[in-house]
Ligand binder design. Structure first.
Ligand code: URA
Length: 246
């Protein structure tokens, strides 16, 4: 039967993910974690990979990082049940190690299909692995909390909630970033995309700013004059203009 509704397409996709054997994580997972949330959500959050609790329950962000994420959502005026939440990897890496490039590649199409299906106005990346999908060359300490428009969609890179659980000084940074997210979402919902700023993350600025304290990066210098190399959609042929919200 040809799936026609979003719900049917989602069910097919989730079934595919749960049966997936495209990489070795299939051998060690308890359950795959496709993702969850309304299929018409305006905002999609993309984390890294399931941890132990997610692996046991088959749901994303249900452990300590998930609890903190729910608090952060409230700072942005969002309830968990109104956003879509998923991960770059759908299966837990043993011992919660970093995802391997081959695992990310094996899972990439599932994430593509989820983004196509939900078609959110705003995507919030949580941590460097989901950020790297759009900004492979960027330093998270430099660009966290700063919305950029890539291929017509607003992408907001954020630190991973688990990072703030490990590093107390990131907690306030994340709370601030999520408070500002409310405005970003409101603007996206109203269709406003204000000023176009020129953004370049050169290797030099990355090094400079990745070494800077996170608070400084947040308040950091205006981003008029940075350079972006390696953003998704960037053919690598030079500077790219990324429209940002004011
Ligand atoms: N960390 C993630 O990146 N994803 C989860 O689902 C849980 C913890």
């Amino acid at each position: 039967m040809i799936a026609v509704t979003k719900e049917e397409r989602a069910r097919e996709l989730y079934d595919l993910i749960r049966a997936c054997r495209m990489c070795a994580l299939a051998e060690t997972r308890t359950r795959a974690v496709p993702g969850e949330g309304p299929l018409d959500a305006d905002v999609m959050f993309i984390g890294e990979a399931p941890g132990m609790h997610e692996d046991q329950q088959g749901r994303p962000f249900v452990g300590a990082a998930g609890q903190f994420l729910t608090e952060l959502l409230a700072e942005a005026g969002l309830r968990r049940d109104e956003v879509y939440i998923c991960n770059v990897l759908k299966c837990r890496p043993p011992g919660n190690r970093d995802p391997l490039p081959g695992e990310i590649a094996a899972c990439a199409e599932y994430l593509d299909l989820q983004i196509d299906l939900v078609d959110p106005l705003v995507i919030v990346t949580l941590g460097r692995f989901s950020m790297a999908r759009w900004f492979p060359q960027a330093a998270i300490s430099r660009i966290h909390g700063r919305p950029a428009t890539v291929d017509g969609r607003v992408i907001v890179p954020m630190y991973h909630p688990a990072a703030a659980l490990r590093q107390a000084n990131l907690r306030e940074v994340m709370v601030e970033d999520f408070r500002r997210l409310a405005e970003v979402i409101a603007r996206a919902r109203s269709g406003a995309t204000a000023a176009v700023e020129r953004v370049r993350w050169s290797d030099d600025t990355q090094k400079t700013h990745s070494a800077a304290p996170a608070e400084e990066a947040v308040q950091g210098p205006p981003i008029e004059d940075a350079s972006i190399s390696g953003a998704a959609g960037d053919p690598g042929t030079g500077p790219q203009q990324i429209p940002l919200f004011e």
